[in-house]
Design a protein around this ligand. Structure first.
Ligand code: CO8
Length: 263
């Protein structure tokens, strides 16, 4: 099933939803309309139980997303700037808190808001040609879509400070070295490899997949004791359904498990 919004493409195939940022003439820059469409499509993803994985990518060969759309910013009042920032932050928080795994398939520039949307995803797979950075300082601005908060949590405070203060771009290999990116792939294999992982995640038991995401995301900023309690509760949830029994039996019987997703 495919839906074409004005600024994004939305497609679902075999339990995998693909959202493609589709403003290639401006390197898929994020404007308010696009963010509204993204919010709407995330509502659909959350409401559709058959969607098991979400993949985000950019149209064209050059960019994932080259940032927030700079053109309309020149007339922003302070209040409009805050409104844009808060709305974008809300949409990215909604993306981050989806119960299913979300993969950013970064096929080119991921700058400013592009890096920020990628960081709200669970996994970042990047083409070896991709470039990452927070260049807002070069516009006399600061990141406004969560970058000052998610970047230090992912790569450490001093690396985040250096990237935001200098505004420099880094290549995919450096982004992998500092722990921002999960995997770097040759550009012509990126899509195929990303979809391979998406299909693999879609084939796993939904209860355990959701429990892993929820426990890690909710536990990581707490102290270890609280996090471990979340872990035990997540594990107990797995045993409340059929999937754990099926997974363990399948192992004993040397066959592939057939998960039923029941709680
Ligand atoms: N916004 C609008 N248009 C853009 C953007 C953008 N972020 N990025 C590229 N474009 C447009 C270019 O203007 C150009 O349009 P045209 O063909 O009409 O001249 C077209 O896309 C192609 O771009 P280039 O010709 O520049 O392509 P190059 O390969 O030469 O360069 C770059 C590619 C390096 C990515 C370059 O385009 C660039 O530096 N882009 C801007 C990157 C940037 O600064 N991003 C951060 C934006 S700010 C932000 O994300 C958050 C701000 C805080 C929140 C907002 C609160 C108000």
């Amino acid at each position: 099933m495919t839906t074409n919004y004005a600024n994004i493409l939305y497609e679902v195939q075999d339990g995998i939803c693909i959202i493609k940022f589709n403003r290639p003439k401006v390197l898929n820059a994020l404007n308010t309309e696009l963010l509204k469409e993204l919010a709407d499509s995330l509502r659909r993803v959350a409401a559709e139980p058959d969607i098991r994985v979400l993949v985000l990518t950019g149209e064209g060969e050059k960019a994932f997303v080259a940032g927030a759309d700079i053109a309309p910013m020149k007339d922003f009042t302070p209040l409009e700037a805050r409104q844009f920032s808060q709305f974008g932050q809300q949409v990215f928080s909604r993306l981050e808190s989806l119960p299913i795994p979300v993969i950013a398939c970064v096929n080119g520039f991921a700058l400013g808001g592009g890096n920020e949307v990628a960081m709200a995803c669970d996994l970042i797979y990047a083409a070896d040609t991709a470039k990452f950075g927070q260049p807002e300082i070069n516009l006399g601005l600061i990141p406004g879509l969560g970058g000052t908060q998610r970047l230090p949590r992912l790569v450490g405070r001093n690396r985040a400070l250096e990237l935001c203060l200098t505004g420099r771009t880094m290549d995919a290999k450096e982004a992998w070295t500092i722990g921002l990116v999960n995997r770097v792939l040759p550009a012509d294999q990126l899509w195929e490899e990303t979809m391979k992982v998406a299909r693999s995640l879609a084939s796993k038991g939904r209860v355990a997949v959701r429990a892993i995401k929820s426990v890690i995301r909710n536990g990581v900023d707490r102290d270890v004791e609280v996090g471990c309690q979340l872990e035990s509760d997540g594990l107990a949830l797995c045993f409340s359904g059929q999937d754990a029994k099926e997974g363990i039996e399948a192992f004993m019987e040397k066959r592939k498990p057939a998960f039923k997703d029941t709680i």
